[in-house]
Design a binder for this molecule. Structure first.
Ligand code: PEP
Ligand code: MN
Length: 280
């Protein structure tokens, strides 16, 4: 971890953990924050229904992607820029913050004004030009760990963002590639306390892409909070079997509701603050 000496991400003795306050939402030090929504934007109806449901259950941020980096070029590539209208509707109809993935600098220029939080996905963790560009914005950035990145490489990628002035970086552990194939990736759960030792930045976990199986998402989420994560980024869909992408790892709304109740109970035991759920 030699390269981390003298970096801005490094947690020196006595350095307080970073707290990101964006509008009415707190992320980091002392809080457990939930970023929830579908893998991809599909239709306005599904998006709004999901957003209203996750808000009712206590999520603070609506996650969704307009552009999908899919392994196959023939898989659903996303709603594209027309999805901006859907995001505007969700902004009008809920109090959720909005986040989305940006794949290119061109998309950044268009989407930065439409969302509250930008996401750099695992495949772009080492796209240094993109990292420097998001570093020039004043938006919080969710930076997902590349599936083959060491923690040092992950933190140095975050440093690209901090080095040009944006200190609002949220690190996301989303599973790494190992020899195991039962799960889509292997959730590196000890990345959470390890990162919390090394950096002051908030650390969240993606239980959906790390497990690849909806049946394992609740356990991965609970492991995340127990390991000290500051939140989760989770895929929720009203009808996962019909989802255009990642339905097998998306949980439905009743399952999300149940999980949120369990997570908020755990948060209380662990002394983490959570928002008050909007009562249905
Ligand atoms: C996502 O969160 O939508 C996603 C594509 O995940 P990852 O970049 O971790 O594969
Ligand atoms: Mn997905």
């Amino acid at each position: 971890m030699n390269k981390l000496a003298n970096t801005k991400v490094f947690k020196y003795n006595g350095r307080r953990d970073t707290l990101i306050s964006e509008k009415n939402v707190s992320i980091g030090e002392g809080y457990f924050t939930v970023f929830a929504g579908p893998c991809a934007l599909e239709t306005p109806e599904i998006a709004l229904k999901t957003a209203q449901a996750v808000e009712r259950c206590g999520a603070s941020v609506f996650r969704s992607s307009l552009f999908k980096p899919r392994t196959s070029p023939y898989s659903y590539q996303g709603f594209g820029l027309d999805g901006v209208e859907i995001l505007r509707t969700i902004r009008r109809e809920t109090n959720l913050l909005l986040e989305t993935e940006i794949l290119t600098i061109d998309q950044l220029n268009v989407l930065a004004d439409e969302v509250d939080i930008l996401r750099v996905g695992s495949r772009n963790m080492d796209n240094y030009e993109l990292l420097k560009e998001v570093g020039k914005t004043n938006k919080p950035i969710i930076l997902k760990r590349n599936m083959s990145a060491t923690l040092e490489e992950f933190l140095l990628a975050a440093e690209y963002i901090l080095s040009v002035g944006n200190e609002k970086v949220i690190l996301c552990e989303r599973g790494i590639r190992t020899f195991e194939t039962y799960t889509r990736n292997t959730l590196d759960i000890l990345a959470v306390p390890s990162l919390k030792e090394l950096t002051h930045l908030p650390v969240i976990v993606d239980p959906s892409h790390s497990s690849g199986k909806s049946s394992l998402v609740p356990a991965a989420s609970k492991a995340a909070i127990a390991a000290g994560a500051d939140g989760i980024l989770i895929e929720v869909h009203p009808d996962p079997l019909t989802a255009f992408s990642d339905g097998h790892q998306s949980i439905d709304i009743p399952s999300f509701d149940k999980l949120m109740k369990e997570l908020f109970k755990l948060a209380k035991v662990l002394g983490k603050k959570t928002p008050d759920p909007v009562l249905s």
